[in-house]
Ligand binder design. Structure first.
Ligand SMILES: NC(=O)c1ccc[n+]([C@@H]2O[C@H](COP(=O)([O-])OP(=O)(O)OC[C@H]3O[C@@H](n4cnc5c(N)ncnc54)[C@H](OP(=O)(O)O)[C@@H]3O)[C@@H](O)[C@H]2O)c1
Length: 373
């Protein structure tokens, strides 16, 4: 344990908190990890957790999951499960003499949760990987937001920080306080792929598969960013394998992806006849059609959240984040959704309803043709 700790400290110093990926280059599926890790996952049975578990098992690591046992309790019968409730500070099963090389904290949004678990584990674990969010950034407007940008609410005293992004920022600090130089902060953008119960990106492959005239936002050139849960999860495990400390935006794909590339890329995985109608950003606003929720994964390029489609991922790429092809994400997400029970499929949890989309397209036709069909 001590050996690993000094290794991590050296990494943080040498790499300026960046990465050890250059020392132990690991690319998913190509190189086996040099040794078996004992990994504790706080969470592990929700959306991203199961992908971490599967990948870590595949790579020969020893896993322990800690959660309440409410979400998919039978998912990994052969993996050690500890029970407790972070919301009420019930961490008894984490106490005692157990040691882990890496802790992955998926489940915290509350700084108190991170403080309790990180303080409890700081002398018994080598590295703390905290799954944070791009929402920590104080401003969403700038293009190319990198990890040095201000977080939280700089306009308010810290005691008054509330809401998802600011509390994630405070949670990051708790992890860093308990594991100085041994913390890895991962800030994902929209996490997508099979198993996403929010349907935020799933809407698009499903909608395209349903065929016909699809209303899509803005212009064909608008940038789109997201990350496949499997790319994120596999990289998180490799960050543990490599002892990579630092702060990282976890954003895909590698280079700029235009909305035309995304939508035609999705179209390529279905055989349904489909056409796209790009509806102008100002018109969407006028009609009360919202970016992100009604038009998932999209941000108006001149809006207050424009930066959320143009985050910098340079640091993560240097630390070994890789991306599967868009076609894999689109096909697997669609297949997963089509395997859900009919009532789950009947109503998507994000995007436009069929009726609202028809109304929007009709209104846009009137606007662009002056009512002439
Ligand atoms: N989805 C996105 O687009 C997105 C974007 C950026 C960042 N993020 C972040 O990414 C992470 C994703 O989480 P996930 O749901 O996929 O993780 P996960 O590890 O797969 O699932 C959440 C886990 O937390 C456990 N849990 C929930 N409440 C708990 C409690 N009070 N005490 C102990 N365990 C508890 C759940 O099990 P039990 O119910 O059995 O306790 C479950 O195993 C979150 O931190 C989220 O903020 C998400």
């Amino acid at each position: 344990m001590l050996e690993r700790r000094s290794f991590l400290k050296t990494a943080a110093v040498l790499g300026g908190g960046l990465s050890l990926a250059g020392v132990h280059p690991l690319v998913a599926g190509q190189t086996r990890p040099s040794r078996t890790l004992r990994i504790l996952i706080l969470g592990g049975t929700g959306f991203i957790g199961p992908h971490q578990v599967s990948y870590a098992l595949e790579r020969g690591h020893a896993l322990t999951l800690f959660n309440r046992g409410r979400t998919a309790p039978d998912l990994f019968p052969d993996v050690e499960q500890l029970r407790g409730d972070r919301a009420v500070g019930n961490l008894e099963e984490l106490a005692g003499g157990r040691e882990w090389d890496v802790v992955v904290d998926n489940s915290a949004t509350d700084p108190g949760w991170v403080r309790d678990s990180a303080q409890l584990l700081k002398d018994r674990a080598g590295q703390y990987i905290f799954i944070s969010s791009q929402s920590v950034y104080a401003s969403r407007a700038e293009i190319g937001i990198d990890e040095t940008a201000p977080v939280g609410r700089p306009d308010l005293p810290r005691e008054e920080w509330t809401g998802f992004g600011p509390t994630k920022a405070l949670s990051e600090e708790e992890a860093q306080r308990a594991f100085p130089g041994r913390t890895t902060i991962v800030r994902p953008s929209l996490i997508v792929g099979p198993g996403d119960e929010t349907d935020r990106w799933t809407y698009w492959p499903v909608r395209v598969h349903r065929g016909g005239n699809v209303a899509v936002p803005g212009t064909p050139r608008d940038p789109m960013q997201f990350i496949d849960a499997r790319d994120l999860s596999e990289w998180v495990i490799r960050l543990g394998e490599n002892g990579t400390a630092g702060v990282f935006n976890a954003v895909g794909p590698t280079a700029l992806l235009s909305s035309a590339e995304m939508f035609y890329g999705i179209r390529a995985v279905t055989s349904t006849p489909v056409a796209f109608t790009w509806v102008d950003a100002d018109f969407l606003r006028e009609m009360g059609v919202r970016a992100w929720s009604d038009m998932p994964a999209w941000q108006a390029p001149r809006g207050a959240a424009a930066g959320f489609s143009r985050m910098s991922n340079a640091r993560a790429l240097a630390a070994g984040l890789t991306f599967r092809p868009l076609a894999d994400t689109a096909r697997d997400t669609l297949e997963w959704f089509l395997a859900q029970p009919p009532d789950r499929q009947a109503s998507l949890r994000a995007g436009l309803s069929a009726e609202r989309e028809r109304w929007l397209l009709a209104a846009w036709r009137v606007r662009t043709t002056g009512g002439v069909p």
